[in-house]
Design a protein around this ligand. Structure first.
Ligand code: SF4
Length: 347
């Protein structure tokens, strides 16, 4: 435990919004962009910070204020802080961890498209997120190369139009909701014009980390779409799901957007029954169905988040023993070359 001394600790009132709540782009610009900024706002002294902050390994810090406000001040074990703070273990090399564990490069028929599974394809709509999660399986993804291809939208859309088996289009990234409305609506409009696409799935962490992104304008555009809209959010801990997130979810549901959650099973963050149970219960309370619990991908720089399959399965068994079935997410892992995610049963 890091020693704390009141004399060394900065005041906590550094955490505050300087913008109107609905100005989500300004809130994104105001996000913490260094560990020092974040830790100072959480009341850690400069002496404490010196022992906590590690090299970012080329993956910079980015944390919206709305997310940081849900962290416990002066607690180095806070489960939200651990998801975003660069730690010394990121520098550890391990033979089983590499930069592209899912081998997405092999399923990239052209820049901007990942087509791994039958019936659905993924469009890399954005090359950035509103938060940088240290465990991210795309932390080494060459977004720069994919982003250049954004000027070649037509090629990506032609690919989708030519593949009639694709019924569901997944907008991913980065985070598609980090795009401006005009960029996002242009993409949605182009997808709607492809007759065989029936469903639009948006993968986004914005509703959780920057809930003011869920504007009435966005909700209305999704409701007006001829496509059935599913928004798969990403929350790993119940503490992420404050009242602001609940309000954003209510707005989405009021506009007929289905809400699912996928979490990642992360050591020190949520790898225990109490955390997982509370997460599922809170998700359900605010109208999000627990969907997937991913075993962490073996991405270089993330060994400290690793949880074994055996531990994942035993946690699932504990959840199943004390929770209603609809509150228990599926334990899954993506494996290169498989036709779908691999699901693991409780043991
Ligand atoms: S929001 Fe998603 S894509 Fe972005 S860094 Fe976090 S886990 Fe990765």
């Amino acid at each position: 435990m890091i020693p704390q001394s009141a004399a060394q600790v900065e005041p906590l009132n550094l955490i505050k919004h300087s913008r109107e709540p609905d100005d989500w782009r300004a809130q994104l610009r105001d996000a913490y962009r260094s560990p020092q900024q974040l830790l100072s706002a959480l009341g850690f002294s400069t002496i404490q910070q010196a022992s906590m902050i590690a090299e970012d390994q080329g993956f910079t810090t980015l944390v919206p204020i709305a997310f940081a406000q849900k962290m416990r001040p002066q607690d180095p074990t806070d489960p939200l802080l651990l998801q975003v703070l660069p730690q010394h273990q990121e520098g550890l090399a391990h033979a089983d961890f590499n930069q592209d564990p899912l081998q997405e490069a092999n399923y990239n028929p052209q820049p901007g498209i990942v087509h791994k599974y039958k019936g659905r394809a993924l469009l890399i709509a954005a090359g950035h997120c509103a938060i940088n999660c240290r465990y991210c399986f795309r932390r080494h993804y060459p977004y720069g190369e994919q982003k250049r291809a954004r000027s070649q939208w037509q090629q990506s859309l032609n690919y989708i139009a030519q593949h009639h088996d694709i019924e569901e289009l997944i907008l991913s990234g980065g985070d598609p909701l980090a795009l401006t409305d005009s960029q996002l609506f242009e993409i949605i409009g182009a997808i709607e014009a492809i007759p065989h696409i029936k469903r639009l799935r948006i993968h986004s962490r914005l509703p959780i980390v920057l809930p003011h992104r869920i504007t009435t304008k966005l909700c209305q555009r999704l409701q007006q779409s001829r496509l059935a809209c599913v928004l798969v959010v990403h929350a790993n801990h119940a503490n992420e799901l404050g009242e602001d997130v609940a309000q954003a979810c209510e707005k989405l549901r009021n506009h007929q957007v289905q809400l699912l959650n996928q979490s990642v099973l992360l050591a020190q963050v949520n790898d225990n029954l109490a955390s997982l149970k509370l997460l599922s219960e809170r998700l359900f309370t605010i109208g999000i169905m627990p969907y997937y619990l991913h075993l962490p991908d073996q991405v270089a720089g993330t060994t400290h988040f690793f949880v074994s399959l055996e531990k994942g399965q035993s946690l699932m068994a504990l959840m199943q023993a004390c929770m209603s079935g609809y509150l228990v997410p599926k334990l899954v892992r993506e494996e290169p070359g498989k036709q779908s995610k691999t699901q693991y049963l409780p043991r």
